[in-house]
Design a protein around this ligand. Structure first.
Ligand code: ADP
Ligand code: NA
Length: 324
């Protein structure tokens, strides 16, 4: 039994990468563990957001968490900004961080590239993420591969704090799934699938219609061979579709490669699209029933209260250790 924490930003509807790389595991990890899942709205505002839109995205994400199978009787689900301890411990973790190590984060470099003025929050995102995790004595953090570096930093900051001020924080481990940790863009399979991609054919969102799912998968970039085999370097498009197909069908990549020997990309893509549709359909249906219901508000209110009870104890310990 482990203590688990993770979060998703309410910057848009979660995409297939968020689901296959992270959120799907949030659901399975509920068996036998203590799980806390967060809507990290304070992370979402590191880049400017439209207030109405982020408000809608917060509610959509809450409904999607439940629709995907997060069970509020077993797990805590809450909105980050409703528990002020995150911002408070976030500040402390900033004071434990060095500029140099924050500037070296790949995500910071990517997101600040080419900008004439860079919001400071983009740089101090990782110490806030460290606070999110450390507040709950987290042992395991299910994330996609892109978060590995931030998690490594979280461990370093926690160890640095503990060494200097005494044993306050539990040192967390990442949980990165063997398949699905890095779902790629359908249009440019050398790039990860991302919410901020402006190419509308690149990303499948978890609430996309069946028609859109088929269109996007049929249009996915592949290669000019006619052979279905797994090779991330030479055949990134087909390999990405194999990963997606494998998770959505429950069949191993090896089994799929054997089954599609001698078959064309067209037939393969049709079956991938069907598997993805079959995976997302029940989520979409449950979402439609949840989005207008008051159950959502009750779950989030109760989640924030339960999260606060744990978080404020850790915050107090950290402040006491610091002498403030
Ligand atoms: P995004 O990176 O799309 O803006 P978040 O930062 O909210 O979304 O990420 C939520 C979770 O989804 C994180 O654990 C992240 O590692 C995971 N994730 C994001 N993109 C992908 C992807 N393309 N493949 C697998 N997992 C991903
Ligand atoms: Na991310």
């Amino acid at each position: 039994m482990a203590k688990i924490f993770s979060g998703v930003q309410p910057t848009s509807i979660p995409h297939l990468g968020n689901y296959l790389g992270a959120m799907r595991n949030f659901v399975t990890l509920q068996d036998g563990n203590e799980c806390i899942y967060c809507i990290v709205d304070e992370h979402a505002i590191t880049l400017p957001q439209d207030p109405g839109e982020i408000q809608r995205n917060i509610r959509n994400l809450a409904a999607l968490y439940l629709a995907m199978g997060i069970d509020p009787k077993r797990s805590i689900l809450f909105i980050q900004s409703e528990v002020p301890c995150h911002a408070q411990l976030g500040w402390i973790m900033q004071c434990v961080s060095y500029m140099g190590e924050l500037e070296r984060m790949t995500q910071f470099k990517d997101k600040s590239k080419g900008k004439t003025s860079v919001p400071a929050g983009l740089l101090t995102y990782p110490p806030l993420m460290a606070a999110d995790i450390l507040l709950y004595n987290t042992e395991l953090v299910p994330v996609g591969a892109d978060q590995k570096q931030h998690l490594e930093l979280t461990r370093n900051l926690a160890e640095r704090f503990n060494n200097k001020y005494g044993d306050v924080f539990v040192i967390p481990e990442p949980y990165i799934p063997p398949v699905g940790a890095r779902i790629m863009s359908l249009a440019e399979p050398e790039k990860k699938m991302s919410k901020s991609d402006t190419n509308r054919k690149a990303t499948i969102f978890t609430l996309d219609s069946e028609k859109d799912i088929i269109k996007k998968i049929k249009g996915a970039t592949t290669d000019d061979e006619a052979e279905i085999r797994y090779d991330r370097e030479k055949k990134p498009g087909i390999s990405n579709l194999l990963d997606i197909f494998s998770i959505c069908s429950g069949r191993s990549v090896e089994e799929l490669v054997n089954a599609y020997q001698g078959k064309g990309y067209g037939e393969f893509k049709t079956d991938v699209a069907e598997a993805v549709s079959g995976t997302l359909r029940p989520i979409r249906e449950r979402y439609n029933n949840l989005i207008e219901s008051s159950e959502l508000d009750e779950v989030l209110d109760e989640g924030a209260e339960r999260a606060y009870d744990i978080a404020q104890q850790t915050l107090k310990k950290a402040e006491k250790a610091l002498g403030i």
